[in-house]
Unconditional design. Structure first.
Length: 393
């Protein structure tokens, strides 16, 4: 069974659970603007004319699309009714709505979840014009909760692909550790990872983030040719891949030993130990039923209580069809995150657990693991880094 078949069946269960009568996805020219939920609705995301996907809580699956998009929709053999149009999809839309008579119609907009915010403002205006003088205009609601559940609850096939992406990412990290040489630039390290990615017939899930020593800039910046590997440096690597459309996201930290060293300095060991302790505490806290912020709070407090500066990002985001997959966030109760940290953790969600501290004269110490939420807690998908990777160069 294909992932699209699994997910469109799953939608029906979620609609009933949330007591939503109909989910309506409205797109056009998807090569230009791609609604993130299309991954779960069609295997061929290339749609030229305006298209509507309608799935009702009683299991009815309908597509209204332009005449020349019909063959691609037919090929996936999922939809009960495929209606083609030439001049306007409004008449068929109103007919289908009259047949279903939904009291609630979920459409893809969200203030906080980018993965549920695929409906453009222009199409929202068109949809409202289509529904003028009908009762349906006042029945539109956000699909935020629906899509959070759909993206978050991984099917066995989805999880299989994520596990493979994690495994490839881990091999990439190992390959890089075996390839580092003194004097290499951040860009050199990036090139090693990009070559490994190409050789393994996958793509990166984001541009690799390479942070070498204390002169680097943490965050989402590009690798530079000005920062080079030297003894006493921490090397932090953030690298993930897409395997068959599903993402991994892993960070590993290394220490370049000086000539007279067999282990890192005490301040580096201390920082690393607290990073691992904080990730372990987050993993122990993570379980269904909690709010995302509750997990973040536990790990964040360990870092700040130890005297380190608070990390300026969430402890963990979901991964899946995208590397930042929306929905519940293991993050602090900051305005910029909106409602995401207040959402409920569910079984089947896959998260990162990641944080960092800065050590003067050495650089950033950061570790990131991928986990899946189980019935009683969480399982690590990645092989945990519990010891500093020591490089004798």
């Amino acid at each position: 069974m294909s992932i699209v078949k699994q997910k469109t069946d799953q939608v029906v269960d979620i609609l009933n659970e949330l007591e939503i009568d109909l989910w309506l996805t409205y797109v056009r020219k998807t090569s230009e603007i791609h609604d993130p939920c299309l991954y779960f609705l069609t295997e061929d995301s290339w749609l030229t004319w305006q298209t509507m996907f309608l799935i009702s809580k009683d299991g009815r699956k309908t597509v209204i699309c332009g005449r020349y998009d019909v063959p691609n929709i037919e090929m996936i053999d999922i939809y009960d009714e495929i209606i083609s149009f030439d001049e306007s999809l409004q008449p068929d839309l109103l007919r289908v709505l009259d047949e279903i008579d939904p009291n609630s119609i979920a459409i893809n907009y969200s203030e906080d979840n980018v993965a549920a915010d695929g409906l453009t403002h222009g199409l929202w205006l068109r949809l409202n014009k289509f529904l003028e003088n009908t009762p349906y205009k006042d029945r539109l609601i956000s699909s935020d909760n629906l899509l959070a559940a759909l993206r978050g609850r991984k099917t066995p096939l989805e999880l299989e692909k994520i596990r493979k992406a994690v495994e490839i990412s881990e091999r990439g990290h190992k390959h890089l550790a075996e390839s580092v040489k003194l004097g290499m630039t951040e860009q050199d390290l990036e090139s090693i990872l990009l070559k490994f990615t190409e050789e393994n017939n996958v793509t990166v899930s984001y541009q690799p983030l390479i942070n070498v020593g204390s002169e680097t800039t943490i965050g989402h910046g590009k690798a530079t040719s000005e920062v080079v590997v030297k003894q006493g440096d921490l090397i932090n690597i953030d690298y993930g891949v897409f395997y068959d459309g599903y993402a991994s996201d892993i960070q590993r930290v290394h220490y370049v030993l000086k000539e007279n060293e067999d282990s890192p300095p005490k301040e580096v060991e201390k920082a690393f130990d607290f990073v691992i302790k904080a990730i372990s505490a987050g993993a122990e806290k993570l379980k269904p039923g909690l709010k995302g912020w509750e997990v973040d709070f536990v790990s964040r407090k360990i870092i700040t209580d130890a005297g380190y500066e608070e990390f300026k990002h969430a402890l963990g985001h979901q991964i899946g069809r995208n590397v930042h997959d929306g929905g519940c966030l293991l993050g602090p109760r900051w305005e910029k995150y909106g409602n995401s940290p207040f959402q409920t953790i569910e079984e089947g969600q896959t998260f990162t657990l990641e944080l960092h501290v800065f050590i003067e004269n050495h650089g950033f110490c950061s570790v990131e693991e991928d986990v899946i939420v189980t019935k009683t807690g969480c399982e690590f998908l990645s092989k945990r880094q519990e010891d500093m990777i020591l490089l004798k160069l």
